[in-house]
Design a protein around this ligand. Structure first.
Ligand SMILES: [Zn+2]
Length: 102
């Protein structure tokens, strides 16, 4: 059994095994599987994907007036991940407001 120094994007477990490859248009990426929650993911996702718990912390710290790069430092994640998380959240709100207007 192979273990890696990486965390599950969903539950944060480090019981990660390699699980074949995922074919993209431009490249082949390594797929991983979490043995704790059975979540499949690729190594690329960890750069922009936060766990639900991390997302909660991001918005909590934003509320407290933290800057994005401080939050990234605080949580030990990439600034890009924070930006992506906020973008996604804004998108959700836009989708929601536009659909409620119809
Ligand atoms: Zn997991």
């Amino acid at each position: 059994m192979l273990y890696f120094h990486m965390q599950c994007i969903k539950c944060g477990s480090n019981k990660i095994v390699k699980n074949g490859f995922k074919k993209l248009k431009t490249a082949k990426v390594q797929k991983y599987k979490c043995q704790d929650c059975n979540k499949y993911f690729t190594g690329a996702e960890k750069f922009h994907h936060l766990t639900e718990n991390q997302k909660r912390q991001v918005f909590m710290l934003l509320d407290q007036g933290y800057k994005k790069h401080h939050i990234a430092k605080e949580l030990g994640v990439y600034l890009r991940a924070i930006q992506y998380c906020i973008e996604m959240e804004n998108k959700k709100e836009e989708d929601y407001s536009s659909s409620s207007n119809v």
